[in-house]
Design a protein around this ligand. Structure first.
Ligand code: ATP
Ligand code: MG
Length: 414
């Protein structure tokens, strides 16, 4: 391995690189480390997930690796690629291929091809570099190294964003993430891709927008997309730049409080990103996102509730806690998270937090069994009495067990 490359790889990644190299030699095929890991190495950054391209069948190669080393292989037949999960790392292994686009924004038709052709199908010069494992040679046909030095994102050809408009979203992500400028000609090519954004599947738009949410500079990327009229091309309004910055700041500074919350399964940073784009923008934009993106049912429900939550009058939240809690009780934890992070009214934000954190978990000490023991005949009265006891705790009318017991006696005598 190139000595300098070792420094940007973890021990586990080095083990994977070595395993790839041994397997390549045994099978006598050319294998290349491609894309992000090469770019990250040349930038002096630690590598993310490794992507390899083989001048042979990627799925067969991945299975040969797992036969020797173990781990799981998930094959994607359409492009003959595989993800090998080994040692806790996900490694993508692709078949070197050419791509042609039957129509704009459609998935490409692919055919096996040498690495030189494979690099031509890639998004940007800085991602179109490869290291050949056999001899450590660096392949850089579009001079990505110069663009790394100049700090520019440059697409490979004029039709790039028409073929695949998701590259517009990727351009904004890399530009924000690395602080790189978009090269002027590429900026013109982006405009040519805008009309085709509408033809992308919602799944693909979701994938790339959620990758943006995952980077620390997410608002910068979204602000760029807004400036390029990407959201307008999708027919969706998004918040002003200052609002986007403030909302992602809120995610950064407050989300750890919510860390152990009930929304963790989806990835709360990602969910919060959708909330930041949609909160307070009205029914039209929310509906448009809901039509376009195949959300999980949890996120879907939270977005649907935003219409109501964001328009609730702030004045409803300066009265008794029990009244506030009753208003918020129907909403999911995720919907409350959005209200807490993004509502401009402090009283509403506090109420959302209290409802999520305290109010909805509060139970009186008295149970149905206690009511039965006191001789109350079972019926709707049970729920009513227990709710009144809980509300008394919420409003601070009851603060000790004895006070609850006394209130219960009073209620039952009425
Ligand atoms: P990251 O650090 O974000 O993972 P990456 O460069 O590894 O960066 P991936 O999404 O893992 O990005 O893709 C791996 C490589 O595949 C890219 O470097 C690029 O060469 C190519 N690629 C990915 N998506 C596209 C696309 N839509 N069009 C063209 N090439 C792409
Ligand atoms: Mg990658």
């Amino acid at each position: 391995m190139i000595p300098a490359l070792v420094e940007s790889l973890s021990t586990e990644q080095c083990a994977i690189y070595d395993a790839m190299q041994v397997c390549a030699d045994q099978r006598n095929v050319n294998v290349y480390l491609v894309g992000g890991a090469v770019r990250d190495w040349l930038m002096g950054h630690p590598a993310g997930d490794l992507d390899f391209t083989v001048e042979a069948d990627g799925i067969v190669f991945a299975r040969a690796l797992s036969d020797v080393h173990g781990g799981e292989v998930v094959a994607h037949e359409r492009f003959r690629t595989a993800t090998w999960t080994f040692n806790g790392l996900h490694t993508d292994i692709t078949t070197a291929r050419s791509e042609s686009y039957p129509r704009p924004a459609a998935l490409p038709v692919v055919a096996p091809a040498p690495i030189g052709v494979d690099l031509m199908r890639r998004d940007f010069t800085i991602n179109a570099m490869a290291v050949r494992l056999r001899d450590g040679a660096l392949l850089d046909p579009f001079d990505g190294q110069a663009d790394l030095r100049r700090k520019v994102i440059r697409a490979l050809h004029a039709r790039s964003f028409i073929d695949d408009p998701t590259r517009i979203l990727r351009a904004a992500r890399y530009s924000a993430r690395f602080g790189f400028e978009i090269e002027p000609e590429t900026r013109v090519w982006i405009d040519a891709g805008l009309p085709w954004l509408k033809d992308l599947s919602g799944e693909r738009v979701k994938y790339d927008i959620e990758h943006i949410f995952a980077i620390p500079k997410a608002p910068d990327a979204l602000i760029l997309l807004r400036a390029w009229s990407v959201f307008a091309a999708l027919g969706i309004a998004v918040p002003e730049p200052a609002t986007l910055l403030a909302r992602f700041d809120a995610i950064r500074s407050h989300l750890s409080t919510w860390d152990d919350a009930r929304i963790v399964p989806y990835g709360h940073r990602i969910a919060a990103g959708w909330g930041a784009l949609i909160y307070n923008l009205g029914q039209m934009s929310a509906s448009r996102w809901l039509e376009l993106i195949p959300y999980t049912s949890e996120v879907n429900e939270a977005i649907v509730s935003l219409g109501v939550l964001s328009t609730l009058a702030a004045s409803l939240f300066d009265g008794r806690s029990s009244h506030q809690s009753a208003l918020l009780r129907p909403f999911s934890a995720m919907a409350l998270l959005f209200m807490w992070l993004y509502d401009p009214a402090p009283a509403k934000r506090t109420a959302a937090f209290n409802e999520w954190h305290t109010w909805r978990g509060l139970r009186p000490l008295t149970t149905g069994d206690d009511l039965r023991a006191r001789g109350v005949r079972p019926g709707p009265i049970y729920g009513k009495v227990l709710a009144m006891l809980r509300d008394a705790w919420l409003d601070g009318d009851v603060t000790t067990d004895d006070e609850e017991s006394a209130l219960l006696t009073r209620l039952l005598s009425q």
